[in-house]
Design a protein around this ligand. Structure first.
Ligand code: SF4
Length: 143
């Protein structure tokens, strides 16, 4: 099984603690997060534009996938030394995060993201950088 992810979602997943745009969005994100947490050899294909996380974005909410989101993808992929079309295990992506991203970089990279202020993404990057596991997340939040 290959999971298709756009650039910025490589970091968003590290900070997923159950929050999201809707129940369906969170349920889908939880499946992906737990799959990667428990099976880090799962293959990731990096794509440009809407991915396996975006597919559960609530259709009744205003779309937010315009220029700044693509710029965010580019910035994060550049920092990781990756590009659309690339493939590799989730473990190899976490290794790149550990060696190329500091927790404080999240605030600099993700200036347009409303979730940044919660601090969960910088915490997730910090766990990876310290070689610690991401927490188990269950429906409704961290367990
Ligand atoms: S701050 Fe926003 S864009 Fe950046 S990793 Fe977190 S959720 Fe993703």
């Amino acid at each position: 099984m290959t999971i298709r992810l756009r650039g910025h979602h490589l970091l968003c997943l590290l900070g997923f603690r159950g929050m999201g745009y809707s129940d369906d969005f969170c349920a889908n994100m939880l499946i992906i997060y737990e799959k990667l947490r428990t099976e880090p050899d799962t293959e990731i294909e990096i794509i440009e534009g809407p991915d396996d996380i975006c597919q559960a974005y609530p259709p009744d909410k205003p779309g937010h996938c315009e220029g700044t989101v693509y710029e965010l993808d580019e910035k994060i992929l550049r920092q990781l030394g990756l590009a659309p079309g690339g493939k590799g295990s989730w473990r190899s992506i976490c290794d790149r995060v550990a060696s190329r991203v500091a927790p404080t970089d999240v605030a600099l990279l993700c200036t347009t993201c409303p979730w940044e202020r919660y601090g969960v993404c910088r915490e997730g990057v910090g766990l990876i950088a310290a070689g610690k596991p991401l927490p188990k997340v269950s429906a409704g939040g961290k367990s």
